[in-house]
Write a protein that binds this ligand. Sequence first.
Ligand code: ADP
Ligand code: MG
Length: 640
Amino acid sequence: MSEQTSHEFRAETRKVLNILTHSLYSNREIFLRELISNASDALDKLRFLQSRAQGEAVRDPDLPLEIAITSDKVQNCLTIADTGVGMTREEMIENLGTIAHSGSEAFLKAYAEKGEDGSTKDASNIIGRFGIGFYSVFMVADKVEVTSRSATGDGPACRWTSDGSGTFTIEEAPDQDTIKRGTTVRAFIKDEDKEFLEKYRLEGIIRTHSSFIPFPIMVDGERVNTTPALWREPKFSIKKEQYDEFYKFLTYDSKAPLDVIHLSVDVPVQFNALLFIPDITKDYFGAYREHWGLDLYARRVLIQRENKELIPDYLAFLKGVVDTEDLPLNISRETLQENLVLRKISQTISKQALSHLEKMAKDDPEKYAAFWKLHGKVFKLGYSDFVNRDRITPLLRFNSSALDDADALTSLDDYIARARESQKEIWYVAAPSREAAKVNPHSEVFRRKGLEVLYLYEPVDEFALETLGKYKDFTFKAVEHADGAVLDSFADTDETPKAAPLSNDDMNAFDKLLETIRKVLGEQIKDARVSHRLADSPACLVSPDDAVTSSMERLMRVMQKDDSIPQKIFEINRDHPLLRTMLKISKADPDDPQLSDMIQNLFDTTLLLDGYVKDPHELASRATKLLEQASAWYADVKKL
Ligand code: ADP
Ligand code: MG
């Protein structure tokens, strides 16, 4: 017979335990939610085993599937017993002694993230998601005993014991003959937490957090939860409160969902789905990368949580359940990938979700804007869905030069409605912010001519528009690639007076200045030329290659870890006062050292606007020198 053995918790387990036991005073009651949901998971797994066609033999097949809770005020002991799959000795060591490393890491990260108001997040909302729920029992208990008998293994029933401070022991349970299939958790409640031994308190917690558990929960012999599988109920019979409650149960979110999509479909496959659009944003590219997908049921038997075959990644923000009659119950979780039934369900859900969003965009634009702000980042990945592209494109939203502020949004159709008569292009500029987009030198001519420019703040926007190529009869085009002749065909709408035209002599002198510029900048540029696109800026950089925009090029360089500075064409604004002064200096002496300093500094600041910094020290010291001279001259002129 195996003897008692002692084990230490892993380092991450201790860190998590520390957070759980020391920073969650107000929410201690969620420990019960976690123990019940573990019991429910174990029952789901058992039902799954039982439902397979050949029926893998399970121990005690006639035991009812339920969760029994009893409290003993003499011993201060709360007992949560289930008739689920149970655990073998090895499984107990593995599952209760270690937190899956990735799970605890993700938890610690999500916990450390600050909420919107800058406060540390309430961990009770994230506990259940990262495989650390069990440990929350140590918030209220100073000793926990878990006795378990596996439904399939033949080993003896074992008992796991710990006070949650750093070690646990495991031994063969006494009275082997009386222990049936399943797991019994005995929590010895701390003196200050005796409320959790009161029946009314336990019932209250179960109603708040666990009313949708699909197995009977008995407290001292009486059933507490009676709610049916909501997704199978007819739509009209369900109240908003029930949806909200189910959503909170499913996601642990404290906020009601933004919207509900309840589907009952018969062709091409039969399924019911209850889907929610959450009213909070999750980082599906970071901490929540693995935490998306829908819970898949076959005839009410849970087959898999967070199944990712049921929705395309651009709908990753959707939460909910799918229940189908068309999946054989004996399907193994491993063969779900590439399953035809799931593919058909996924196609139907995509279509239905798009219809729902189209309707929202049309009937309730404010709500749609809220949706876009929450989930647009994920949803816009839909541009890569060839089948539904024509429906997704009109649902995209952008900020633009025609809108009042950075929060306002426009659709492509609204852009087109505002377009000028002969306009054939939808122009865009990629920039990290509205301010940056506004000062982008390439967009100046558009402002002068009153032409609308879409502002793209995320790299994926540019990929999306380039991939789409066209919308209706309009071609997407970056402002820096705009055709000069096309732009010239639009009259200026800006009334600000322009600089006086240059005389023929000065035109020639300007060519000399260009030569000086080429000489001073040498290898730093590909060429220098007069610009026709600038209004307010003295200069800008243009890619010699029209294939990519400067923002794309920058992104590609980051990906290729290339930190060199690309050679571009330096375009200068002949009408800018700075260039007019430089022309004067150049006419008097093209080799004036002051002039070459100015040229170099002008180039460096232009480079900066293009997203590159060459040598900040050199730039700063040259700027200081010019400032020093300018201030001395200023004092002279002012006779100070
Ligand atoms: P999670 O439930 O997210 O996996 P927990 O910390 O709540 O994380 O539980 C850890 C693991 O312990 C579970 O995944 C499961 O394998 C095992 N476990 C916990 N409670 C039970 C139970 N009542 N019956 C069977 N296994 C259990
Ligand atoms: Mg759990």
